[in-house]
Ligand binder design. Structure first.
Ligand code: CMP
Length: 219
């Protein structure tokens, strides 16, 4: 817990108290952690693994609102506003979480204003990202959406290599498309055309962006 930014200001004593109210839970790959409209009684902190936050249509189409990584949290919204879960959360790989029950979580916020501020800061960043997603969906065509998604992933999680910026493809092409409302087929076609133009190269598990400037021009 010491390495989790959310609790970095806690003293050893406070961390020990915190441990008493935390439970560990493990979810296998592809399991549903909770579903949209479920009542929300727990706060979740990711220790290892990855989850996707999704909404689905009745025909089974999926939209991905966010992908969350270790030290990130979810499930806070229902605890704060008392409404049912706003989205479904699914484990993308085996995922270990710490869960804190609603009343324990709320009393932590009262006792630790700095924790409340950190959660507010994260909510603000998430709203910023969501606004950017709305902008993408409102104003960009499929190729602009893919260009912007690749730029955002490169910024958040890219690694500099000799040929450019490498991004690990931790998700399927389908999921890549589901992040921006583009079908799997169109996603594959546009990635291929970017590759033919020399903007990027596609390997099995990663993409190397060779010309990020050109990608920016496509947005
Ligand atoms: P809650 O509504 O309790 O359950 C679904 C959770 O998904 C929600 O709390 C947030 O923790 C998380 N979530 C919902 N929308 C987003 C988003 N746009 N970005 C990141 N996380 C989100």
């Amino acid at each position: 817990l010491k390495n989790v930014p959310l609790f970095e200001d806690f003293s050893d004593d406070e961390l020990e108290k915190l441990l008493l109210i935390c439970k560990e839970k493990s979810y296998p790959k592809d399991s549903i952690i909770f579903q949209k409209e479920d009542p929300g009684n727990f706060f979740f902190l990711i220790c290892s693994g990855r989850v996707k936050v999704i909404i689905e249509t009745e025909e089974g189409k999926e939209g991905i609102l966010a992908i969350l990584y270790p030290t990130e949290f979810f499930g806070e919204m229902s605890l704060l506003d008392g409404e049912p879960r706003s989205a479904t959360v699914v484990a993308l790989e085996e995922t270990n979480v710490i869960i804190i029950e609603r009343n324990e979580f709320l009393s932590l916020l009262y006792k630790h204003p700095e924790l409340a501020l950190k959660i507010l800061k994260t909510l603000s960043l998430r709203l910023r990202k969501a606004n950017r997603q709305i902008e993408t969906l409102m104003f960009l065509d499929a190729s602009g959406r893919i260009a912007r998604l690749l730029i955002d992933i490169a910024r958040d999680r890219g690694k500099k290599v000799d040929e450019g910026v490498l991004i690990d493809l931790e998700f399927t092409r389908q999921e890549l498309g589901n992040l921006i409302g583009v079908s799997r087929e169109t996603t594959i076609r546009i990635l291929k055309s970017f590759e033919e133009e020399g903007i990027l190269s596609i390997e099995r598990n990663h993409i190397i962006i060779k010309d990020i400037k050109e990608l920016e021009r496509r947005v």
